[in-house]
Design a protein. Sequence first.
Lengths: 485, 260
Amino acid sequence: MAGTFKLAWRNLGRNRRRTVITAVALAVGMSLCVASYGWMDGINADILHALTRLDLGHVQVHHPDYPRERTLKLTIDDAGAIVARARKLGGVRGVSTRVYGFGLASHGTKSAGVQLVGVDPRTEPTVTELHEHIVKGRYLDGEPTPWPEGRTLTEDERRRDDELTREAEEAALAEIRALADADGAAAPPRSRPSRAERPGEKNMTSRLASRIDPPPARPPRVIIGVDLARILKARVGATIYIITQTVDGLSAEQRFEVAGIFRTGTTIYDRGRIYLNEHDLQRYLRLGDRVHEVTLLASSADLAPRLAGELSVFKGAHGGVLVQSWDQIRPDIKSMLALNQASMALMVAIIFLVAALGVVNTMLMAVFERTRELGMLKAIGLSGWRVLWLVLVETTLLVLVASFFGVALGLGLDLYMMKYGINLGAMTRGISIGGMGISPVIHGAITAEGVLVPVVVLGVMCFFGALYPGVRAARMRPAQGMREA
Amino acid sequence: MKKLLGYVLPLLVLASGPARADDLKRLIDKADMVLRGRSSAGVFSMEIKTKSYQRSFKIVMWDDSRDPGKERTLIKILGPALWRGHGTLKVGDSLKLYNPRTNHVTVVSHSMLGDAWMGSHFTNDDLVKETRLARHYSLSLVRKWAGKNEAGQKVTFYRVRLTPKPTAPVAWGKIVYELWERGDLVLPTKALYYRKAGARKADRALSFSEVRKFGSRLAPSVMTMKVRKKPGEHTKVAYKTVKFDIEIPKSKFTEQALKH
């Protein structure tokens, strides 16, 4: 056996130039495959990263109807218990809760419809990297804005309020009557200001309103995306107004202060989202301590289905919640990643098919060249199987050597991409895949699959490629072979 | 004979077609304008009843439609305290909301015309009457029949289908409007709004009732809006006073008046 290896190794050395050329071709093909795999895995990792580390996390819990209807009142009943449970699961890196709302944000004469996202500034960074994307100003405070709860009016106050309403109504009626009576007369009558409109009474109205719905101690702080900041012409420190509809149908307007501006690269967030402290949003929307979403980050995206399963088992105890892993929430991204991998495998197969034809050629030449010698070996008693074995071992050694250098070169390219990245910024301004912005600097990624698949595919193809020359050599009749010059 | 009919019939259809369309347009226009007039000012209450809350506003509304394309509406809430002073102002295409508690005026984008006004079942568009039925929809008669109105008088009822014209900036795929005519008087009874033209069930229904005399004019004093997706809920508007065709100074429709 050892003899065969020695013989095969020496045979490779007999026509060095040809062997080296073939080996280099194989090695270059291999390195390109490894590097392309690294490139594609890098893009896939970027996509998954943008999806899970900007917003989604790996597993999310909602009210069963929330993902479809997205209405305020569809909250999770016992988020605290779910969070506590999720923290105990193995492989969980972070858990956070969120509250969502919609509003119209305005600043000066500019306005834009926005999604309001309430996050817990202390736990959110364990799931998403929002805090790393602040480009101006700063991230949200850990502490919620002091914002007292309201109370219902006393009997006395209610009487006072009714009185003010009645007076305002009478004043309006009087104003209308005066206009109707004047009916086209030259001077439009000036209405007598009602008591409710006089400064003192305006104070009364605002005092009553503040009893029912007290304002916060200071404008709650928010962070907004770069695109929204541009649309609203709002800078850090600016006061913006947001109108929303609370969970009990009140139209509520509130003043907020822009604490920071973020840039995620994902347009829908950068132009359509306002983040604020979860407690502030709960108070603003009158949600109490209810939340819309629990999101958790696992140490690896692959753990998501298992963790979702473990949380689902638990959900029975806490009345209908929907637990979904990231690939259930975004099956489109999941299938896009799978498609990327499949097309990569196809490319590897095509590259190696060409390489394998080269191997067939090399081995065929090697066999023809040594016809006499092989005839001699057979004449002195080497069996056909041993001859076939010899050719296959030669091929395997060639492939192994080529793979070694190819993988080394490929990993070198991968490492270069990982360290420096390849900047596509010159060709395109930001890349958006499936609605998610990824950085134009693509960083490679090294995965076991990215190395093993090319090596195995090349090995298998070359094995089959060497069968033909091998079988030919094995079937040769010794006398005929020795006669040939 | 057949040949003659072949000539005459199309002529008859041609002759009656436009006349009927004009007739429908006149009916719809009259019904649509009944609570608006060329200009009007009124005080009404709005009761909102939903599953989670019940609320009542007192409201004053000023409306001036004499400038086509630059219709003006000002709505101010008179009470209760939490909303007193809230205002909505529309001049032409611009819609503004004023909140006295933040002392801030918000310019509302066109896309928000379909949003609920103050948590009611009416939309911003309903309140400021952005859409003119006869202008934005093409009309066809569904049914015409003789019947009795609320007061028991003999009247002619019409059911008219309104389909939006291709370029109309409207949210509805179809509206079915019911009204009656008695001599010179045309009053609406019901409007059914369908989001999709082919839908069988109306998404919301506005009914008009309790016809009263406002000055010299008869008009329904109560409007009730119901939304199919929210059974058991409604918003009811009851007019206390409306004065029609009065001279409202332009200064009433300024940001100053909105904030006043």
